[in-house]
Design a binder for this molecule. Structure first.
Ligand SMILES: [Zn+2]
Length: 241
């Protein structure tokens, strides 16, 4: 686990709530306690579109699912400082083949997304924007609070301030019980959330489809179209308080 260096101002402290999306249950779950006033936040403005997304041109006109992406109380969850720094938890024991395969699969998903947004893998969790851990997410209570359910992945974010700029960081937990193609698919899906697609596609052919499928799709044109639209939206993130 990395050391959290949260340094919130009093007005930002109330925003430091964990937000959660999960795919294992086929449900979009956002745990949020939104404060009513946001007067101290930087006014939401769009950032310049990253060149990777400027260059993106969907030849197939396949549309997007931007309407499914949630806007948070600070605006859209876009990154504005590139490359985004990704930390991947390494196995402690060298001989653990399954853990090594897991790292390879997660690395593959990082490479896939880096075509569309500049990403870099860092070795220190404390400087990472996105931390990916090989760890089972905590069991989840069903809506009637009677049954504990297992989740294959869990992605949460937090806000913090640095040099008077409002920033965010993500933590992704991926269950060690997943293997093979499912690890790549889960990492690809959760990374999509962490890069700003805070919602789910209704289509099985998109990486951000709300449920796991037998033959997981790669990043689709619709995923990238959606990502591009997200990065054209206003946000308080990345701007001076
Ligand atoms: Zn999801």
């Amino acid at each position: 686990m990395g050391k959290m260096t949260l340094n919130p101002t009093p007005n930002i402290r109330k925003f430091l709530t964990a937000f959660v999306l999960t795919i294992s249950t086929g449900l979009l779950i956002i745990l949020a306690h939104f404060p009513s006033s946001a007067t101290s936040l930087p006014p939401p403005k769009p950032h310049p579109l990253p060149s990777t997304l400027v260059q993106w041109n969907d030849q197939t006109n396949s549309g997007d699912y931007f309407s499914q992406v949630a806007k948070t109380e600070i605006g859209y969850l876009v990154w504005s400082q590139f490359p985004v720094q990704v930390y991947i938890e390494r196995p402690i024991t060298v001989s653990n083949q399954q853990a090594e395969d897991w790292v390879k699969s997660v690395l593959q998903s990082v490479q896939e997304w880096s075509v569309y947004l500049p990403l870099t893998v860092v070795e220190k969790p404390e400087i990472a924007d996105i931390k990916i851990e090989r760890k089972a997410p905590p069991l989840q209570l069903s809506p009637d609070k009677k049954i504990l359910r297992a989740r294959s992945a869990l992605t949460t974010y937090q806000f913090y301030t640095k040099n008077n700029v409002l920033l965010h960081r993500f933590t992704i937990l991926l269950s060690p019980s997943q293997t093979g193609n499912y690890v790549v698919a889960a990492a690809r899906h959760e990374l999509g959330h962490a890069l700003g697609i805070w919602g789910h596609s209704p289509s099985q052919t998109d990486a951000l489809y709300f449920s796991q499928v037998r033959n997981p799709p790669t990043i689709s044109d619709r995923d990238v179209n959606t990502l591009k639209r997200v990065y054209q939206q206003p946000t308080s993130l990345g701007w001076n308080l």
